[in-house]
Write a protein that binds this ligand. Structure first.
Ligand code: HEM
Length: 538
């Protein structure tokens, strides 16, 4: 028979995959119509049409092109497939809100990932699902959200001043200073200690960790998701490098989970610990006398999990936001001038701003929102997974659907249906007039309310919405106000006017261009030096 059909074993594999994909597709179709989208090739699906960068432009074109092809969805959802796995792009605020917020219970799981299991990353809150996610999230929220977030304000204000002082001393090291600032602010909140900058061993260890995780062999991770049994592939067999890699990632993640916790324990023993998430959670635990030893141990492990994730989730995003802020001030002297006028009015031009000035600083607040919009730090987060079959205006969204926020992750997990949330929402000209311009004014007044309402999505959605939001908002606000108060920032280049470019990836990072950062006057240098020292070292 093989000879008659002239088939090799590889051909059978291709036929098998094609057959399985077709059956899966037919089964889905029998449950209802799928949303419209570009024509897919057999097996590859829409792989060759997928944009490699600035993907929102292509999505915007698709949304327009395919809006009339289905009478019910009107371009809200675009349907694609990759290797037989469907993917859907969400194109409108309406569909994003309806599915991700209002039906959050059905849309907030993570796609199952064999790679995460192999790398021992299932304990991380951002990867956890169901009860494991709920428990970790409630621990984090208890200490970082709502009124609890206010407790961090004093060290956030101090750290803003440390950053300003570092920029005063060595402005050319802006990139390191911004990173060190974000790291210290978050570590203080989570563990109760600060680091001496981006070169600190712990910061480097944490950075190496995420680098290692993202270097997991691409083809191996693709195969793993397709053939989960490969997780048991013997380590002594040829081509088992991916197992060694999984072991390495497991080890280094365990180290960054344990090391900072140990540092806090040592500081506590020496009576030098500052109140933090770890110390407060351990105090609370000690007060719960009814717990068994085992329960107590489990709670300690949960505390370690949660403290560690806060650094990982918050540092890059905060650093990127502050980088964009400084670059945009350099490109727009008129915006910096307006910010300084408002700040001087609030502080009398004789002191650094504090959180008490917040109500008098609407323009700084608008500047904060516009920076978030312009940067769109995480193009809407990690993949989400649909729990049960669902329908949106008559079209089927099957159980197992994966919703991703970026292609890097999508390329690692071609599982089931992928819904892609798009950044183009923040470029919608009906909400954000001249969306490519940096215009803080759009967030002022009545119209500003609508812009803020839409931009809330920058913090993610439903049960996965950022639990560090209030912490990040306060820290970024006071840091922006402090920097704008003290400095004039201008591009170094006098020949060509620089443009701000961004790297693609999970966190969208600005590519900083060289800038001059000078105190506005000798008076401001004195104010900074005077108010910096008592704040941080008293
Ligand atoms: C500019 C700053 C920040 C932005 C724009 C941002 C944005 C986001 C977004 C969009 C998500 C949702 C991801 C998803 O869909 O899965 C998220 C999740 C998360 N964020 Fe933030 N974030 C910021 C800062 C922070 C900070 C400072 C912390 C902690 C100190 C933090 C902790 C977290 C955690 C733990 C999650 C995971 C939530 C979960 O899976 O349940 N974030 N953030």
């Amino acid at each position: 028979m093989d000879k008659i059909l002239n088939l090799a074993s590889g051909d059978y594999a291709v036929l098998l995959v094609l057959g399985a994909s077709t059956v899966a597709l037919l089964m889905r179709r029998s449950k209802g119509p799928l949303p419209p989208g570009p024509m897919a090739l057999p097996l590859l699906g829409n792989l060759l049409q997928m944009p490699r960068s600035e993907e929102w432009n292509t999505y915007a074109e698709w949304a327009k092109k395919y809006e009339s092809s289905h009478e019910t969805t009107a371009g809200d959802i675009t349907y694609l497939t990759l290797f037989g796995n469907p993917m859907i792009i969400l194109n409108s605020l309406k569909v994003v809100r309806e599915l991700m917020n209002e039906r959050s219970a059905n849309y907030s799981n993570r796609p199952y990932s064999v790679m995460n299991e192999l790398c021992g990353l299932t304990w991380i809150l951002t990867n956890a699902d169901g009860e494991a996610h709920r428990v970790r999230r409630s621990i984090v929220q208890r200490y970082f959200s709502g009124l609890a977030a206010v407790k961090h304000r004093s060290h956030q204000q101090d750290e803003a001043r440390v950053l300003a002082n570092n920029l005063l001393k060595s402005p050319e090291l802006i990139e390191l200073h911004l990173k060190g600032h974000a790291a210290s602010s978050i570590l203080l909140g989570a563990y109760g200690f600060r680091v001496e900058g981006a070169k600190d061993r712990l910061v480097q260890q944490m950075d190496e960790t995420s680098e290692h995780a993202s270097r997991f062999p691409g083809f191996a991770s693709f195969l793993l998701e397709k053939v989960p049994a490969m997780r048991n592939y013997p380590r002594w067999m040829p081509f088992s490098g991916f197992r060694a890699y999984g072991d390495l990632v497991t080890r280094i993640f365990q180290a960054i989970r344990a090391d900072p916790y140990e540092r806090t324990m040592k500081l506590t023993a020496a009576g030098k610990a500052t109140p933090s998430f770890v110390s407060t959670s351990l105090d609370d635990l000690a007060a719960e006398t009814s717990l068994s030893d085992k329960e107590r141990e489990e709670r300690v492990e949960l505390i370690k999990d949660c403290a560690c994730v806060m650094y990982g989730a918050g540092t890059e995003s905060s650093t990127a936001t502050m980088g964009t802020f400084c670059m945009m001030l350099a490109l727009h002297p008129e915006i910096l001038k307006r910010a300084q006028e408002e700040l001087d009015k609030a502080t009398g031009g004789e002191r650094l701003p504090t959180f008490d000035d917040e109500r008098d600083l609407p323009y700084i607040d608008a500047l904060f929102w516009e920076t978030l919009r312009y940067n769109t730090v995480t193009p809407l987060g990690l993949p989400h997974r649909v729990v049960n079959d669902d329908y949106y205006e008559g079209t089927l969204i099957p159980a197992g659907t994966t919703i991703v926020g970026n292609m890097w992750y999508a390329s690692l997990s071609f599982t089931d249906l992928i819904l892609k949330l798009v950044r183009l929402i923040f470029r919608d000209p009906t909400v954000f007039t001249n969306p490519d311009q940096f215009t803080p004014e759009r967030f002022l007044g009545e119209k500003g309310k609508q812009c803020r309402d839409v931009l809330t999505l920058v913090w993610g959605m439903g049960r996965r919405a950022c639990p560090g939001r209030q912490l990040a908002e306060a820290s970024l606000f006071i840091t922006m106000a402090t920097i704008a108060s003290c400095f004039d920032i201008t591009p170094k280049s006098t020949n060509s006017f620089p443009q701000l470019e961004f790297s693609s990836g999970f966190v969208r990072r600005p590519k900083l261009f060289p800038v001059n950062i000078n105190p506005r006057s000798s008076k401001w240098k004195e104010i900074l030096e005077r108010e910096f020292f008592p704040a941080v070292y008293s």
